[in-house]
Design a protein around this ligand. Structure first.
Ligand code: MRU
Length: 339
């Protein structure tokens, strides 16, 4: 992904392996600082995933893949390393996909490199297919960060926007701020700024206002896990955006690579939903915002039923919910997906 560091343009990935370490952009510090976080053992990888140094389903998968390869190189007990990494974030299916992939490939470093390249190549294809859904002069709503930071490169929801911009289209993006961790305001807005894509950050509860006023032409979001019937988990708040989009006749697209599809789960009720520390809700930027005596609830994801999805944008093409069995067939005959 393109970024300006100290006035110069650089290309960086969200996660990579170098000199025996797993290196990643420290996403908790963006947009104020571009720092690199180095993980040198599986404890550090588990910490980085759990505490969201690295986040976004596909990037979590890549960090896990490199982390397992590193653990093997360093002679760690692989059962312990697997257990630590598996327990980090329960909703993102890519984590479990990457673990299975690495197990099937003896935790080899070149397998992790291949996994990472596959994921970013697949997201580029999502961009190429998704671009066709974006008319010139579109206003697009997105939620959370499903950009290059969440993937390694390109992004899922942001890939079609990047491609549209590259192809000379004029687009404008409404960026939901995405409480409590503010991935929209901090990360998506930063990525769009680096790419020169016009955008405005909106409070999460302003999305319905703009949709009802006719200011949003389409919505594109990412996903953390998509089930066999098309129900999908994504950042908390996605469900209500999808319902309001349908109410206002706005197409609602879900962009995700095959590594996010969990066809072993029939419907969204079966997706494990991560509940994070209440402190993330009770504080903003280190300042307590509610009464000291108040508690909070903090589900990190919600599930949107497939009836609210216009289509899924994947590396295999664009699929309406009723066409998911066809997608499943394509994935079954894809060697990478079956390891
Ligand atoms: O809690 P996060 O920041 O890991 O949640 C990320 C999301 O919900 C993204 O939309 C999703 O992982 C898709 S990322 C390409």
């Amino acid at each position: 992904m393109k970024m300006i560091v100290d006035g110069a343009e650089r290309k960086l990935r969200a996660v990579w392996f170098e000199n025996g370490k797993v290196r990643m952009i420290e996403q908790r510090k963006l947009p104020e600082k571009i720092e690199i976080f180095d993980a040198e053992n599986s404890d550090a990888i588990a910490y980085a995933i759990k505490s969201m140094v690295v986040r976004g389903a596909p990037a979590i998968g890549v960090a896990a893949a490199f982390g397992l390869a590193m653990a093997k190189i360093k002679g760690e007990n692989m059962d312990d390393a697997l257990e630590k990494i598996r327990k980090t974030r329960p909703t993102a299916f890519d984590l479990f996909k990457a673990i299975e992939f690495m197990k099937a490939n003896d935790f080899e470093l070149n397998a992790a490199e291949r996994y990472s390249l596959e994921v970013s190549g697949r997201c580029k294809k999502i961009g190429e297919f998704g671009d066709a859904l974006i008319p010139d002069n579109s206003k697009i709503l997105t939620h959370c960060n499903a950009g290059a930071l969440a993937v390694v490169d390109w992004g899922t929801a942001l890939a079609p926007m990047r491609m549209a911009k590259e192809n000379g289209k004029k687009i404008f993006v409404f960026v939901d701020e995405t409480r409590p961790r503010l991935q929209g305001a901090k990360l998506t807005a930063w990525e769009l700024g680096q790419e020169g894509i016009e955008h405005a950050i909106i409070a999460d509860n302003a999305a319905g206002y703009f949709m009802k006023k006719g200011e949003v032409d389409l919505a594109i979001v990412g996903a953390d896990r998509i089930c066999a019937n098309g129900d999908f988990a994504n950042k908390i708040g996605t469900y209500e955006k999808a319902v309001v989009a349908k109410e206002n006749g706005i197409p609602f697209y879900v962009a995700a690579p095959g590594t996010t599809f969990d066809f072993s789960i029939e419907n969204g009720d079966m997706i494990p939903i991560e509940e994070r520390d209440e402190e993330e809700v009770l504080n903003i930027g280190g300042t307590r915002i509610g009464p000291e005596t108040s508690r909070a609830r903090n589900p990190a994801f919600d599930v949107t039923p497939s009836r609210y999805v216009t289509a899924y944008i994947t590396e295999y093409g664009i699929f309406r919910p009723e066409k998911l069995p066809e997608l499943k067939r394509k994935m079954n005959s894809d060697l990478f997906m079956s390891h």
